[in-house]
Design a protein around this ligand. Structure first.
Ligand SMILES: Cc1cc2nc3c(=O)[nH]c(=O)nc-3n(C[C@H](O)[C@H](O)[C@H](O)COP(=O)(O)OP(=O)(O)OC[C@H]3O[C@@H](n4cnc5c(N)ncnc54)[C@H](O)[C@@H]3O)c2cc1C
Length: 359
């Protein structure tokens, strides 16, 4: 079997790269072994404002400009809805935070999203003594459903292998690669935190951070916007809500813990007064990078190998733009932005890595 690309991993990164390849008429196969869960547990929010400090997210305007049409294309392709525009109500905790809100809402990078007044109208079931700051032009992408649907679509179409990609089985032949019966031009690794098992790219600094979320059912709460205080309450429909998320930097497993459940419930009860019951808990490791920028580019010594990773806490906004940038880089040689290129970590590779045979 001969293809242009092998994609390893089908989370947000792999799925976005697959969509770019399809748009460009390239052939590919996907390997996905279910070993990482980040995209499958993600809240899926896109929001260009950091809600803790009221500062702009890195490169947000350019990312959103690419991301929203990208998800619309996927909606058309798969005949489903994935993008749910959703306002955000940030609970304000003091007069100082109210003042900070006004000041931030005046900044050109933030004013398109932050409403420049304090909302005092109460939301039922939510405690907010100092009112809310409201954000608009934000929303949620139903990431788990999108990935499930896209995968089903590919399973009917091209090669989708629900199995582990074994790096050591890769052979390098002239300008191409051979993986069992598949001959491909390039391999793009989109393995999320699974990067640590990848002998070609594991030098890259991906410490990762575990996140846990609860799904709750709160009949009668009827929130139509996301509410953010110490945790977020994200409406999923029919009074089901996602509540999250935790950040843990030492535990790197995908196992839900009692401690995280308690932490989330304790934070939730500070500002939510409405009764609810917990119906689910899930965990995943976010592929976070030391400098909080994506990991994109070609292997410094093996031109057939590339990586799309490091989407961190904001995969929904970052994945479409970086997938397109990687494609242009691989196909036309267009340089990557230095801030996302793995060349910034060039020094981590030995001058000539003898553990890798390029054939
Ligand atoms: C609790 C939580 C909440 C989050 N909320 C949001 C949010 O609201 N908004 C937002 O934008 N982001 C959010 N994120 C972050 C977002 O989920 C990530 O940025 C994104 O999912 C990363 O996607 P990825 O494709 O790089 O990695 P992953 O989703 O981890 O995908 C990698 C895939 O590669 C597969 N794989 C790995 N190794 C192999 C191998 N050898 N062979 C075959 N397959 C392999 C794995 O099984 C996995 O499916 C959240 C993350 C968590 C954990």
């Amino acid at each position: 079997m001969e293809v242009d690309y092998i994609i390893v991993g089908f989370g947000l990164a792999g799925m976005s790269f697959a969509h770019v390849l399809e748009k460009k008429g390239k052939s590919f196969v996907v390997f996905e072994d279910g070993s990482q869960h980040s995209s499958r547990v993600a809240g899926g929010m896109y929001n260009p404002v950091i809600l803790r400090r009221f500062t702009p997210v890195w490169n947000a305007a350019s990312q959103l400009e690419k991301a929203l049409p990208f998800y619309r294309e996927l909606e058309e392709k798969l005949s489903q809805t994935y993008d749910y525009p959703l306002d955000i109500y940030r609970v304000l905790h003091s007069v100082e935070e109210q003042n900070n809100w006004y000041a931030a809402a005046d900044r050109p990078a933030l004013s398109p999203y932050m409403i420049p007044r304090i909302i005092h109208k109460p939301l039922p079931g939510i405690r907010a003594g100092f009112g809310f700051g409201k954000l608009s032009r934000t929303g949620r992408v139903a990431v788990p459903k999108l990935i499930r649907d896209y995968r089903a679509y590919l399973e009917n179409k091209t090669g989708f292998f629900a199995e582990k990609f074994v790096h050591t089985a890769l052979e390098f032949k002239e300008e191409r690669v051979q993986y069992n019966h598949i001959n491909a031009g390039k391999v793009v690794f989109c393995e999320g935190f699974g990067l640590l098992q990848n002998p070609f790219f594991k030098q890259l600094p991906l410490p990762g951070s575990k996140g846990e979320v609860l799904t709750i059912h709160a009949p009668g709460l009827q929130l139509e916007s996301l509410v953010k205080s110490a945790v977020f309450i994200l409406p999923l429909g029919n009074d089901y809500y996602k509540v999250g998320a935790t950040f843990h930097r030492t535990d790197k497993t995908d196992t839900p813990t009692e401690a995280a459940r308690e932490e989330l419930l304790q934070k939730l009860r500070i500002f939510m007064t409405h009764p609810f019951k917990v119906v689910d808990q899930a965990a995943g490791v976010r592929p976070t990078v030391a400098d909080r920028r994506p990991l994109v580019g070609k292997h410094p010594q093996i031109q057939q190998l590339a990586i799309l990773n490091g989407l961190g806490t904001r995969g929904v906004m970052i994945a479409p733009e970086t997938a397109e940038q990687l494609y242009d880089h691989l196909e036309t040689g267009k340089p990557l932005l230095p801030s996302i290129s793995i060349n910034r970590f060039q020094a981590r590779w030995p001058p000539r890595d003898r553990s890798v045979q390029t054939g």
